[in-house]
Design a protein around this ligand. Sequence first.
Ligand code: KG4
Ligand code: ZN
Length: 341
Amino acid sequence: MKKTHLVLGIESTCDETACAIVRDGHDILSNVISSQIDLHKEYGGVVPELACRRHVDVMIPVLDEALKRANVQLEQVDLIAVAHGPGLIGALLIGINMAKALALAIQRPFIGINHIEAHLYAAMMSHSKPIQFPCLGVVLSGGHTALVLIRDIGTYQLIGQTVDDAVGEAFDKVAKMLHLPYPGGPKIEELARKGNHKGFPFKGGHVKGRPLDFSFSGLKTAVLYALQAISNPSEQDRHDLAASFQHAALNDIVQKTLVAASQYNVKTVIFGGGVTNSRYLRELFNKENQHLEYLWPASGLSLDNAAMIAGLGYHYFQKRGYGDSMELEPLVRIPFAVNSY
Ligand code: KG4
Ligand code: ZN
């Protein structure tokens, strides 16, 4: 196998259209992301039909920009890696068809990559140090909340997950209640800065008999009832509500992560997904002196991006030695543990 490997990554699982060129799984030559936030803002969430149309419109310009910034010709690309799930079916189809068309055009292999796994790889590619396996992966995004034991790249065991809303989804829904625009996470964090997190007695959800699982729907409803109980919330009430909700949701994640780390005796925790952008979350973890090493994704790699897809694609191709067939289908859901070489 050739030593230098230029991988083109393509990401279109939800509301970001992204292309990236990555060398040898970690060297990011370009990482272009076209966000659709402007398009979905007024609806308080992603509208699938609008997302698909935007992906069609911007996919080729985003690809051109990624090649240009990397100073790479399409023909120099050795492998195409595309996120083939989980995500919105129509959105996934656009990325996958793009990958297949390019693979045919330049006669190179292409490979389907699990978007959630790639979120965890994003933190690994952000650090030059070799990772000590097994380690604990914490996926916190708009669609997923999971604790994963990572034995190696490509070998995972799901040990905890949400039974209802994902944590980012809960932030987005609470933001909507507070009339804040989508995506709500950063807006809640901003509002919470002037708030008292003990202002409202909110708690993270417990799933009976499953201490590593999450539940955020009760917390979300508690915020709704608290809001309804105050007929005319003051600015300070809004700050306190945001701070109390944020603390309850994120502290729940911190506590369950620490339990999982000790139960599985890991020394390193790897974070992935848009919610890891939260400074408050990082502060909460840093306050816990558990002798754990925390690996966070570098900026530009925590939200949806194609560099993480290209990076993980490189490793899969190295280990497996061949790409996917033209039969590759989008997968709206992918069970974690099933995905190995
Ligand atoms: O990983 P991502 O870009 O998309 C998915 O794959 O879902 O994550 C987006 C999610 C949104 O729900 C957004 O509200 C949340 O990440 N988010 C945050 C913060 N920044 C982004 N949640 C809490 N605090 C933040 N600072
Ligand atoms: Zn994502």
